[in-house]
Design a protein around this ligand. Structure first.
Ligand SMILES: [Fe+2]
Length: 280
């Protein structure tokens, strides 16, 4: 036998259910602030950031590489103290420039170090937060044999980074790229909740800056991973590296996000958001 209910009461009950659903749904959402390519080793960049500091809009800050070379860490102490005070947690993923002036084999593969109590330097690591997995990996890129000579000649990574007793070569960055891809694929498969991947290098040529199209050195910047991304359950992918900001776009259901400062002396900061955030 059915129960007759007053339509007004039913509507009230339904709206309470909607509110409860919204509350539960919103309760699992996390806002993340993100940026990359601050290049604090450059006096113009350090000066610009002092005049135009990040505007904290979240508890978490993700720094997606090219923040400061490890060899010049002293130049960024003021910046790290500031963000340590402003954010609950700061994650710093190395880009390629972090290794300039040092031996990359000293910080290779998976590592996690504290720069401050709440500022974490990490690579090939997963931070499993409440309903959210942050997957950090520099990524590097695949340089094909056809592009190897031109890339070695033109890309400064191969002049400024040491690899043990050797100089850094595409064969080394290709191996790092394979390791990072394997790490990301495994971490994405094992993670629970929303999956956010953070890389420095670019995981697709989709929406790639038009002015770089056809450049022989593009393989040092990006590798096409759109098939992997489209088939994955990754919610968002943060990247940097080419110093051009493009609006958010989708690959499958994955939000592709970038917020790069770039070289201030070349005015590459167009589109940089001091308060850039997204919610996952
Ligand atoms: Fe950069």
């Amino acid at each position: 036998m059915g129960v007759l209910r007053c339509p007004t009461k039913r509507r009230q009950q339904e709206s309470r259910q909607v509110l409860l659903f919204c509350f539960i749904f919103m309760g699992t959402m996390t806002t993340i602030q993100y940026c990359s390519d601050l290049h604090l080793e450059m006096p113009e960049n350090a000066k610009w950031l002092r005049a135009n500091p990040l505007i904290p809009k979240a508890e978490l800050l993700v720094l997606a590489g090219d923040i400061i070379p490890f060899a010049e860490l002293d130049l960024a102490q003021e910046f790290f103290s500031l963000v340590s005070d402003q954010f609950k947690t700061v994650y710093w993923l190395p880009g390629n420039h972090e290794y300039f002036g040092s031996d990359i084999t000293e910080r290779i593969g998976s590592f996690r170090e504290s720069i401050r109590s709440n500022v974490i330097l990490l690579n090939n690591q997963v931070e499993q937060l409440d309903g959210l997995a942050l997957i950090f990996s520099t990524l590097w890129s695949h340089v094909s044999p056809a592009a190897e000579w031109e890339v070695s000649r033109a890309v400064t990574d191969y002049r400024n980074i040491q690899y043990g007793a050797d100089r850094f070569r595409p064969l080394h960055s290709n191996q790092l790229h394979r390791d990072c891809r394997n790490f990301i694929a495994q971490a994405v498969g094992e993670a629970t909740g929303s999956r956010i991947v953070v890389t420095h290098h670019v995981p697709t040529f989709m929406h790639y800056p038009k002015q770089f199209m056809g450049s022989p050195v593009n393989e040092a910047f990006a590798t096409e991973m759109s098939d992997f991304i489209a088939a994955s359950p990754i919610d968002a992918w943060i990247y940097g590296h080419h110093h051009q900001n493009s609006p958010e776009f989708l690959i499958g259901n994955t939000r592709m996000l970038t917020n790069q400062l770039g070289y201030v002396r070349r005015r590459e900061y167009y589109g940089f958001r001091k308060e850039g955030v997204f919610t996952a």
